[in-house]
Design a protein. Structure first.
Length: 558
């Protein structure tokens, strides 16, 4: 391999290519993605998915999906199902069937027994508070438990009785016997098993002792013969413990490699805090389009390719970093610009009457579906005497020389149709414009304009007799601060953006949107990209704004 080629590889790929070159594991590459089924996947998980599955794809290897389901208190089949759906939606497939750490409970129990038999684990009657006190702090040696010297026979007996349910929750634990003087706190006799008489979502009531994450995680990798265990940087201090288990249990030496997790502005990736948002009704559920969950982003209309490309673009580092949310949105815009049809919808309508257009006449205007795609075709949009336009597109007085929208005595073109001239307007008692009166130039039709009339501005519109009503959810950032969890002494909810959802109960759309399918994405001309909500039907059309046409948030913050 040339030096130039090496420079193009990230540090994980360099390790893997060296392993392949050295014939390690006969050149076999096997990764895994091991989520805990205690919440929905979020943007940080999307990064981990692209890394583990992407590496396997690049090197013609395999990638397992394994649920680390060792805590029955917080786990649920709802999360298992949502995680599988999210991974498939992102475009990845795992090797064989989904796997579960709970499948390995008998083998993990046997590993624990083996450690006891080797004098490397003991049953401890200390309370959680006493164990924490024994461990102490990294700068000072810990103190050994008074139960550390129990005999192998006594430990085997007590552990068996723990398994049989003879003791109460929290009364005893199994700890590894390693080194209470180690500066690495994970090596100070970590807890391997605890008593937890809870119903498990897969094993039912078969077990009342459950392995701790640190004991189950690495051993499950070894059981599955995972060659490269790719995980976030927070687990780097756990690696010596995993290696200790591998050495003393004499099992497959799966290698752990850590990379920096991805943090994105205005998003949080703590499942505990996301659950708080759900439980306290700050959002409408895990799949609320404001949430940083994959299901939320899907419902909002983010294309899976945009998420994948964004995750890959951030690269792999060994230092935590913060990525601008605008970068993610730009990938979304880029993908939607290339793939979505342009349609017309009016969110804040005001009536416009073309006074010299024949009453009862309807024309079908041919509009290109997507100018970025030469194969996208055209569609027919009805045009009539009475239209809706956006209220913001009309001013009772022109707003300077660069104002190109509609105002008295000004011309504008109606998209795909005619140039119109504003003659008059009507207001109500409150001074609000209720109706705009215009005339049109019959020879100014788009595609065959011979009028010689000029119009600098172009407006979208909807024919009132043909308009389709829809509800539109306009979403913004869920938090007003880019790093809501970085403020010492403040709760992240203090930065909850109360304006993050604006509901427009009655918008008007061109009739082609009557058949919009749930999840279908569109560009509403001049307004942004929108997606038919997953619960949208022909009788109750609902659209979610995915993203604006431009990065308006950066401009607003300035």
């Amino acid at each position: 391999m040339s030096d130039t080629t090496k420079e193009k590889l990230n540090f994980i790929e360099q390790i893997i290519e060296e392993d392949i070159a050295n014939g390690k594991h006969e050149g076999r590459i096997h990764t895994r993605f091991p989520p805990e089924p205690n919440g929905y996947l979020h943007i940080g998980h999307a990064k981990a998915i692209t890394v583990s599955f992407g590496i396997a794809e690049k090197y013609n290897g395999k990638a397992n999906l394994r649920f680390d389901d060792t805590n029955p208190t917080t786990e649920d089949t709802e999360y298992v199902e949502s995680i599988q759906k999210d991974i498939n939606w992102l475009g990845y497939e795992w090797e064989g069937n989904a796997l579960f750490t709970s499948d390995y409970f008998p083998q993990l129990h046997a590993f624990a027994v083996k450690l006891i038999q080797k004098g490397l684990a003991y049953v401890d009657d200390s309370t959680p508070e006493e164990i924490a006190e024994q461990k102490g702090v990294p700068t000072k040696p810990g103190t050994e438990s008074p139960f550390r010297s129990r005999s192998i026979e006594e430990n085997l007996d007590l552990f068996e009785r723990m398994k049989n349910g003879e003791f109460e929750d929290g009364s005893r634990v199994l700890r590894a016997k390693i080194d209470m003087t180690s500066p690495n706190m994970h090596m100070r006799d970590p807890v391997l098993y605890r008593i937890k008489k809870e119903h498990h979502h897969r094993t039912g009531d078969d077990w009342c002792i459950y392995p701790m994450y640190d004991f189950a995680h690495g051993q499950s990798d070894s059981i599955e013969n995972i060659t490269h265990s790719l995980c976030s940087l927070e687990f780097r201090h756990h690696r010596p413990l995993y290696d200790w288990f591998i050495e003393n249990l004499e099992i497959f030496p799966s290698r752990q490699i850590e990379f920096a997790r991805m943090n994105v502005e205005y998003m949080i990736t703590s499942k505990r805090r996301l659950l708080k948002l759900v439980n306290e009704n700050y959002v409408a559920g895990w799949d609320d389009p404001r949430m940083p969950t994959i299901s939320g982003m899907r419902r909002r209309g983010f294309p899976p390719k945009a998420i994948r490309d964004f995750c890959v673009s951030t690269g792999l580092t060994k230092r935590d970093n913060m990525i601008e949310m605008s970068k993610l949105e730009q990938f979304v815009r880029q993908e939607l610009n290339a793939t979505t049809s342009r349609v017309m919808a009016v969110l804040n309508p005001v009536k416009l009457v073309i006074t010299n257009y024949p009453e009862g006449q309807v024309e079908q205007m041919s509009l290109v579906n997507n100018p970025e795609d030469e194969n996208s075709g055209t569609r027919e949009v009805p045009f009539s005497r009475e239209l809706y336009i956006e209220r913001d597109d009309f001013k009772t007085e022109p707003q300077g020389r660069k104002y190109y929208r509609l105002a008295p005595e000004k011309n504008v073109r109606l998209k795909g149709a005619y140039i119109i001239h504003c003659e008059d307007f009507i207001t109500n008692d409150a001074g609000e414009v209720t109706e705009i009166h215009c005339t049109y130039y019959p020879d100014s039709k788009s595609g065959s304009d011979t009028s010689g009339v000029k119009a600098k501005g172009t407006l979208h519109w909807v024919s009132i007799p043909h308009a389709i009503e829809a509800k539109v959810n306009v979403y913004d950032r869920l938090f007003s601060d880019p790093t809501p969890m970085a403020h010492e002494g403040k709760d992240f909810l203090e930065f909850y953006n109360k304006e993050s959802l604006q509901v427009i109960e009655k918008a008007y759309c061109e009739p082609s949107l009557a058949n919009a399918q749930a999840g279908e994405r569109f560009q509403f001309m001049r307004l942004g990209y929108f997606c038919a909500d997953e619960q949208s039907t022909s009788d109750n059309l609902t659209f979610n704004r995915t993203v604006t046409l431009k990065d308006t948030w950066a401009k607003k913050n300035k």
